[in-house]
Design a binder for this molecule. Structure first.
Ligand code: DHB
Ligand code: MG
Length: 222
């Protein structure tokens, strides 16, 4: 089928360009230990996140949704040993899996996992007044996307990059009358971003091992 070819192409592209080491394979394969098997980014998507972080010389990264820590590892490697990745995770089970995978990857000192509702953890970071994050990856519960985007705007600086995962959802995002709360959350966040003069961005559809979905990528101008 069409999807089989798309997966075949992803396999070819990943085999050709995206070297996963044992720690990444272990993290990806631990998906079954999490609350959402199959939700981690694909290897070529993880690599894209790492490339973006490297392109802007990111030292500090904030992630909404750790799951098994697969994208966390990509991002933590991109910021280097002096960098910091703070990842916000609701589930104690997932946070435990992510901690195990991050430690196994030798990134225990780079990654901080904050357990609890991501919006509350983000508010706590805002209140404590940390240095701004250079890159924010929003990949948690979709109905809260707008809330996470607003928090990201409190936690970044001009030049920071904000990436939103799962903006296509098998094509459902194009339906303005959708009753799907995930679709509503994506559309709400994209509308807010589009209307905010501080943000400049685009979105791309993706196909492959994760089906039909997409990334939105924003650069903070001011
Ligand atoms: C779902 C969530 C994700 O972040 C993802 O990448 C894929 C699927 C989900 O809610 O089903
Ligand atoms: Mg996702």
């Amino acid at each position: 089928s069409h999807t089989d070819v798309q997966i075949e192409v992803d396999t070819y592209l990943v085999d050709t360009l995206v070297a996963e080491d044992e720690a990444l394979v272990t993290a990806r394969e631990s998906a079954d230990d999490t609350t959402m098997p199959g939700a981690a980014v694909a290897p070529n998507q993880g690599k894209l996140l790492a490339l973006l972080a490297g392109m802007i010389g990111a030292h500090r990264v904030l992630e909404f949704g750790a799951l098994a820590g697969y994208s966390t590892i990509w991002l933590a490697r991109a910021v280097g040993p002096q960098g910091r990745v703070v990842t916000l995770e609701l589930s104690e089970q997932n946070a435990g899996v992510a901690r195990r995978n991050v430690d196994h990857a030798g990134l225990g000192d780079v990654v901080e996992i904050m357990l609890g509702p991501a919006a509350e953890s983000a508010d706590r970071i805002i209140e404590t007044g940390q240095a701004p994050f250079d890159l924010v990856f929003i990949d948690a519960d979709k109905p809260n996307n707008a809330r996470y985007l607003k928090a990201a705007l409190e936690l970044t600086r001009p030049g920071s990059v904000i990436v939103l995962d799962n903006v296509v959802r098998g094509g459902r995002v194009a339906d303005p009358d959708s009753t799907d709360e995930d679709v509503h959350g994506v559309r709400e966040a994209l509308a807010i971003a589009a209307a905010d003069p501080r943000l400049d961005g685009t979105a791309l559809q993706t196909v492959g091992s994760k089906g039909w979905d997409g990334f939105a990528i924003f650069r903070r101008l001011s």
